[in-house]
Design a binder for this molecule. Structure first.
Ligand code: TTP
Ligand code: MG
Length: 351
């Protein structure tokens, strides 16, 4: 690991819900759930996010909205307002980019509410603020301008910075120095390592692995035999090793939006207006994110029986050609409109 780099991972707290709180001060302190319409507990679709008050009831992203309603029927349920979130996101990203420039660092946005900043030690010492001071400066600037809070993680590489930003959420700053990496990781559940989901967690149970320290005791060859190449990544992550470099300006991999219908439908009259609004929202978000060109357009469709299909087309596309992209998306979607549909989605990628 290079010791002369300091990597910051900035992630906004309960992002969609924080934007809603800011717009609706009357909801201050109340549980807020952003996502599909709960329809008194019979709604379909999922939670996009919930603020921290709602999380106390066990509500979280991707939970069925009906379940969220049953967990806290008195929460404020709000629909997704992509235009608002992409406006706040692009303003926050501008702040982060200019902070990176101020310290001669690199900036890469990796999602609607998260980004990395890489500072070389030398450039930071010119004006000599500590990593914690830079993290504080970032949080203050974001709050002053956009009235949403962020959590910042600082580490010697992207892996540690990412885990650190999550460590004291919400509104936290966690700085992990190179010498403290192992001490920081060891007691954590392996689920805190990016890429370890329920399946890998389950597979690791047979080795009695629960914490990062447990994982570190498994030989590399064993992990390779069990998982193949990803086993090597597990071995390295457990030691806080991450060789990735921040790829400036090119990190956002895709921008997408999905919609779950309130009832399964095969009516083009019902499907198409929603589909075109997804396309429009995604192109708006893409443009606001500063990505004028992209290579791939993908549609997604899920039938009543949950069978899910995607279809892509690659070429040279621009957010300016919205008519052309709408037509193309429709061509991709059309062959699938032969059965009742539960969900549709639209994605652009390859920026
Ligand atoms: P996250 O940063 O994963 O979550 P968050 O900002 O809501 O909460 P945290 O404080 O833990 O960072 O995602 C950013 C936004 O992306 C989130 O506000 C809503 C959206 N999102 C979804 O729509 N569906 C999902 O399943 C997830 C994980 C996020
Ligand atoms: Mg977030």
């Amino acid at each position: 690991m290079k010791e002369n780099r300091t990597i910051f991972h900035i992630d906004l707290d309960a992002f969609f819900a924080s934007c809603e709180e800011r717009e609706n001060p009357q909801f201050l302190g109340m549980p807020i759930v952003v996502g599909a319409d709960p329809k008194g507990g019979n709604g379909r679709g999922v939670v996009s996010t919930a603020n921290y008050s709602a999380r106390k009831f066990g509500i979280h992203s991707a939970l069925p909205i009906s379940r969220a309603w049953h967990l806290c029927p008195t929460a404020i349920f709000l629909p997704v307002n992509s235009t608002l979130y992409s406006r706040v996101s692009s303003s926050v990203m501008k702040i982060l980019k200019s902070t990176a420039q101020k310290y001669n660092g690199k900036f890469a946005q990796v999602g609607i509410d998260e980004a990395y900043i890489v500072l070389e030690a030398r450039s930071r010492t010119i004006s000599n603020p500590s990593a914690a001071a830079v993290a504080k400066e970032i949080k203050q600037k974001i709050f002053k301008q956009e009235k949403v809070t962020a959590s910042v993680g600082v580490g010697p590489n992207m892996l540690i910075a990412k885990i650190a930003s999550d460590f004291q959420k919400p509104n936290g700053i966690t700085v992990v120095n190179l010498k403290d990496v192992q001490k920081f990781l060891d007691p954590m559940s392996i689920r805190k390592l990016p890429g370890i989901g329920p399946k890998t967690e389950y597979d690791l149970k047979k080795f009695m692995v629960q914490t990062v320290e447990d994982l570190r005791k498994i030989p590399q060859s064993t992990l390779y035999d069990e998982f193949g190449q990803p086993g090597i990544s597990l071995y390295e992550s457990a030691r806080g090793i991450d060789h990735r470099v921040v790829d400036e300006e090119r990190e956002t991999k895709s921008i997408s939006e999905e919609h779950t219908f309130e009832h399964d439908t095969d009516s083009a009259q019902e499907i198409l207006p929603i589909f075109f609004s997804l396309v429009k929202n995604v192109l708006n978000t893409t443009e606001r994110g500063g990505y004028k060109n992209f290579k791939t357009v993908t549609i997604k469709i899920r039938y009543s029986n949950f069978k899910t299909h995607t279809k892509s087309k690659s070429g040279a596309y621009s957010t300016k050609d919205s008519d052309k992209i709408e037509k193309l998306a429709l061509q991709l979607l059309w062959p699938f409109l032969n059965k009742k549909i539960r969900l549709i989605g639209f994605r652009v990628s390859g920026f």
